[in-house]
Design a binder for this molecule. Structure first.
Ligand SMILES: [Zn+2]
Length: 404
């Protein structure tokens, strides 16, 4: 172990014996009391020294015996410590790829803010490289989103769509102008390859490839506004029955939508959404039928910046899920509309009339993303870590995390 105070958090002394790690309240932590000599030791925890060397340095600085170990333990308990050599063999192999690491270093630092244990950030980063994600829809949102996931280190991204690239599909982060006229799926896959920091490790070739491995996540990013506003439950039926987690994202008219993230059998799905709307509005089915039948070729409104925003937020939710957390789109649709651009969540609960069976009794636990971590090391103020408890609850339930 080469202890390293997480470099993602900027340090500042609040007074002579209290250190604040981090600036933004979401991940900032105040630790104390800490004397000046111990504070000096912090500067040595930069990942270049192992524990024996640090103990020697502690001796030289006149610190009492055991002081170094106590400090390292306390920092680890507070989630402030990383291990520059941690994360296992896959992490060690990735560290060898310096160019790739230079690309991913900010993402690794971001992971260190949510992955508490030493080396956990590298574990997650290397896990991303083994995951398979499918993106359905390669328009302004889908192609950008797929490229973002690849750039963030997700190993395999399968983009599906039909037709050929049209000029209106071109986005700075997605399909390039040169791809106009090419098959949409092929052009999007090329954009994904271009965005990736390198080729991911080959999927571990199981001796008998008896069945195609499932996707860790499927993202539905339709180009059609109707499918964004009123997703057809039939399109996701096989995802529900196979227990495949899926996330919706897209733009309809002047509104961007991220969510819901559907964990089959646990959180509300497109069918639940449809049922809920039928409950609220008796004319809903009639409207949807008209919208779906009027699929003549027409120009869909899709603000470029809004589409990019949706792609970005959806990718962040997807990554949070793939990293083992539970983002707030599980059980909600996030919506943002021009011209105010205020994000707000519309909760989506399981509907008793929906066949997805997401009406189990332990759903309440996940729908209350509050509650801090009852950690009692030194005097420590930690803003509520909203997702850890809920993610744990979700992981415990199992089926849809079985692929990792
Ligand atoms: Zn449902």
């Amino acid at each position: 172990m080469h202890p390293m105070v997480k470099p993602a958090l900027r340090r500042g002394w609040r007074d002579l014996n209290t250190v604040q790690f981090g600036m933004a309240p979401a991940h900032a932590l105040v630790l104390g009391p800490m004397d000046i000599a111990t504070g000096g030791l912090l500067a040595l925890l930069d990942g270049t020294r192992g524990l024996p060397l640090l103990r020697d340095e502690g001796d030289r600085m006149g610190l009492p015996e055991g002081h170094v170990d106590t400090l390292v333990e306390r920092l680890a308990e507070s989630g402030l410590l990383d291990d520059a050599t941690g994360g296992g063999p896959a992490a060690a192999a990735l560290r060898e790829k310096e160019a790739v690491m230079e690309r991913l270093r900010p993402d690794l630092a971001a992971l260190s803010l949510v992955a508490r244990g030493p080396g956990a950030d590298m574990e997650r980063l290397t896990a991303r490289r083994t995951l398979r994600v499918q993106v359905r829809g390669a328009g302004r949102v889908g192609a950008t989103l797929a490229a973002l996931l690849a750039g963030a280190g997700v190993g395999q991204i399968d983009v599906r769509d039909g037709g050929r690239v049209e000029p209106k599909d071109v986005t700075p982060g997605g399909l390039p102008a040169e791809s106009v006229g090419e098959r949409r799926d092929l052009a999007a896959r090329r954009a994904v390859r271009r965005a990736a920091p390198d080729r991911p490790p080959r999927a571990s070739a199981s001796p008998a490839q008896e069945e195609e491995p499932g996707f860790s996540l499927v993202i539905l990013a339709p180009r059609n506004g109707v499918d964004v506003h009123a997703p057809d439950p039939a399109d996701a039926e096989h995802l529900i029955t196979s227990g495949t987690p899926h996330l919706y994202a897209g733009v309809v008219e002047g509104t961007g939508i991220v969510g819901p993230l559907v964990l089959p059998g646990e959180t509300g799905c497109a069918g639940c959404l449809d049922q809920e709307r039928c409950d609220r509005d008796e004319y809903w089915p009639r409207l949807v039928a008209q919208w779906r039948s009027g699929r003549r070729h027409r120009v869909e409104a899709c603000d470029l910046a809004l589409a990019s925003t949706v792609a970005g937020l959806a990718a962040a939710h997807a990554l949070a899920f793939l990293d083992g957390q539970l983002p707030s789109s599980a059980g909600a649709r996030w919506e943002v509309s021009a011209p105010g651009f205020v994000w707000h969540a519309r909760p989506l609960g399981p509907h008793p009339a929906c066949p997805c069976a997401a009406t189990g009794e332990d759903n309440e636990e996940r729908t209350t993303p509050e509650g801090g971590e009852p950690d009692g090391t030194m005097t420590e103020q930690h803003p509520a870590s909203s997702s850890s408890r809920t993610a744990h609850a979700a992981r415990r339930s199992g089926t849809w995390r079985a692929h990792v």
